[in-house]
Design a protein around this ligand. Sequence first.
Ligand SMILES: Nc1ncnc2c1ncn2[C@@H]1O[C@H](COP(=O)(O)OP(=O)(O)O)[C@@H](O)[C@H]1O
Ligand SMILES: N[C@@H](CCC(=O)OP(=O)(O)O)C(=O)O
Length: 380
Amino acid sequence: MSAATVNAGVAPLKDARRIVVKVGSSLVTNEGRGVDAEAIANWCRQLAALMGEGRELVMVSSGAIAEGMKRLGWATRPKEVHELQAAAAVGQMGLAQMYESKLREQGMGSAQVLLTHADLADRERYLNARSTLLTLLQHRVLPVINENDTVVNDEIKFGDNDTLGALVANLVEADALVILTDQKGLYSADPRKDPNARFIDQAVAGTPELEQMAGGAGSSIGRGGMITKILAAKRAAGSGASTVIAWGREPDVLLRLGAGEAIGTALLASTPKLAARKLWMVDHLQLRGAVGVDAGAAAKLQGEGKSLLPIGVVEVQGDFQRGDVIAVRDPQGRELARGLSNYSSAEARLIARKPSHQIERMLGYAAEPELIHRDNLVLA
Ligand SMILES: Nc1ncnc2c1ncn2[C@@H]1O[C@H](COP(=O)(O)OP(=O)(O)O)[C@@H](O)[C@H]1O
Ligand SMILES: N[C@@H](CCC(=O)OP(=O)(O)O)C(=O)O
């Protein structure tokens, strides 16, 4: 039994409440023939049914460049970045229009969100994107995300939406990531090249052997191939989400996965959700400042798992921006937590010791009632 093998019968989507679904260019555009209305209608019907069960869904859809090329009458993929960007801008109109109309037919609202990798690397933009997506989910609106191809350069050449799907799964703390593609899942080798390739039904995400099995894109339409899907699963597992890679044309694939059926390749996260997020906060970000809190706030953070409100803050140290990681110190000066600040140090100085309903009057706007939301807070 290989190190990548896990127990049979694991169904990552059965109890998943928040799910990110990524679909690749070849599926969305029917191998470059043009936006596939039937396929999109099919996924939208399933997404609506899953949302009807009380689940939250986020779609990451590729296909803008392929659709743009078709609309512009280009038979071969251009080499020039500005031409790819132009094609993406043209094609994105078709994608958005199709998702909007097919989701509306299901009685569902939709929203277009275009992100770059840089947006998610910047803490303030990260928090803004997160707040927007969570607000859309609260309103039962399905976000349809793609990379903002017009403003990126290298990313268009090397960028892939498998990675974006994993970053989005991390951003919204999804329970599961589903990558729909033109193969049934991961094989021991590219099945387009090796007819004896063996199907892998389950493995632990991040197992090094998987990366040796996966190759690049098998068609001229897709970008990343299987290797970016394997790496996306590893990245998603880092924040506690398991991944399923499955064939997008499998009948009722999303509904059946949701019901617990084993379809495609399941790549399981071995890190619990919360622990992974805490590790990420502690390991990867630098401290930019600190706030001192009173004994009441310290007790609420430690004992009750509450958010940090400005009213409990007695001192602000350092120079930080919204989205920076800061330390939270108790009245004895001991670090009791770290977290992402919703306000800059200048703003925090103004709203310290004030009740949250006064934030808007003090600053002229109110982002959030908490200085640090408990989801973005790690106790020491
Ligand atoms: N080990 C593997 N198992 C399955 N597919 C693989 C493997 N290695 C490479 N591939 C290729 O990856 C392709 C899927 O990636 P890609 O073309 O980027 O699709 P998408 O547009 O869905 O992202 C498959 O069609 C297949 O040819
Ligand atoms: N943003 C690009 C995505 C390119 C991409 O990653 O494609 P794929 O490998 O098919 O998911 C587009 O919409 O064309």
